[in-house]
Design a protein around this ligand. Structure first.
Ligand code: C2E
Ligand code: MG
Ligand code: MG
Ligand code: MG
Length: 299
């Protein structure tokens, strides 16, 4: 990942670039190389999706999965989305790549359902550039049509910064998506700035509690209170709430005790290949009831 690491180092110091002419050259070369690679990656079939199960805390069963993109680079190996999504946004490549993600995730979910593995929901991340594109709703509709997936089995994940960007337009795009029948969730909830008034106006279905609040849930009373408040807020607005980045039995027990609807995180399963996800579904992998903690809700 040398190129990417170097590019990112320069990117972070971008405000100072005028003082470091030679570094700018290196930055540009590394960037051009990676961008060139990204342009060809779709044609060369270098992207793949991993899937991370989402588990219902009432039943302990897998009810969905989040699709997470990876780039299998011919020289750099597996590249994480954190390292390349921002570049695809800057170049506009996120539009065709995002359309590929939508089609692939819908097709995969349909394949699992046709294999008799149950009615699953697939969550797909959508970035701001993609969401703002005039053809976005059409792209979602086309992915559903091509794959014949029940729209209720697709969930679109948007971050607060995406939905708060141009509120009037967001409201109309969200309504168009709801008309298709898809579910909408707010990803990384609590890390951006969202207005509660708008949250009420947006036809979203799910809040995803960001992993930064979940991490210290068992030891930091502030984080614990934030999480409890987000759960209460979600439920008071009749939204579902899912916690992401759940890594331990303690976090899981806390979330269960406080009425969180679903969890996602390495404690249950890391993001895995489609084949491994299929195997989990076939084996009926579920949460051990002990792990959910049978303790009654505190007063
Ligand atoms: P996200 O949507 O918030 O996804 C959750 C991230 O947390 C994933 O990182 C996942 O692997 C990681 N994660 C899951 N469980 C745990 C855990 O227990 N502990 C910790 N520490 N991390 C956990 P990943 O796959 O590297 O994706 C990073 C981000 O890249 C995503 O954050 C999302 O914003 C973006 N992304 C991923 N796939 C796509 C895509 O297809 N399109 C777009 N536009 N963005 C994507
Ligand atoms: Mg997400
Ligand atoms: Mg997230
Ligand atoms: Mg994130």
């Amino acid at each position: 990942h040398a190129d990417i690491a170097m590019y990112r180092a320069k990117e972070m110091g971008r405000n100072n670039f005028q003082f470091f002419e030679p570094a700018l050259n290196i930055r540009t070369q590394a960037r051009l190389r990676i961008e060139g690679g990204l342009r060809k990656a779709l044609d060369r079939d270098e992207f793949l999706l991993n899937y991370q199960p989402q588990v219902d805390l009432k039943t302990g069963r897998i009810v969905g999965a989040e699709a997470l993109i990876r780039w299998q680079h011919p020289e750099l190996g597996m590249v994480s989305p954190i390292e390349f999504i921002f570049l695809t946004e800057e170049t506009g490549l996120i539009v065709p790549i995002g359309a590929w993600v939508l089609r692939t995730a819908c097709a995969q979910n349909q394949a699992w359902q046709r294999a008799g593995l149950g009615k699953l929901r697939i969550a797909v991340n959508v970035s701001g550039i993609q969401f703002a594109h005039p053809n976005f709703v059409q792209t979602v509709a086309a992915a559903l049509q091509e794959t014949e997936l029940d729209p209720a089995c697709l969930e679109i994940e948007l971050t607060e910064s995406v939905v708060m960007h141009d509120v009037e337009r967001t409201v109309s795009t969200l309504h168009a998506l709801k008309t298709l029948g898809v579910h909408l969730s707010v990803d990384d909830f609590g890390t951006g700035y969202s207005s509660l008034a708008y949250l009420k106006r947006f036809p979203v279905d799910v809040l995803k509690i960001d992993q930064s609040f979940v991490r210290d849930i068992a030891t930091d009373p502030d984080d614990a209170n934030i999480v409890v408040s987000i759960i209460a807020l979600a439920h008071s607005l009749r939204l579902q709430v899912i916690a992401e980045g759940v890594e331990s039995a303690e976090q899981l027990a806390f979330l269960h005790r406080h009425g969180c609807d679903e969890i996602q995180g390495n404690h249950f399963s890391r993001p895995v290949t489609a084949a491994a996800m299929k195997q989990m579904l076939q084996e009926g992998k579920h949460l051990n009831p002990e792990h959910r903690s049978a303790r009654p809700l505190p007063r």
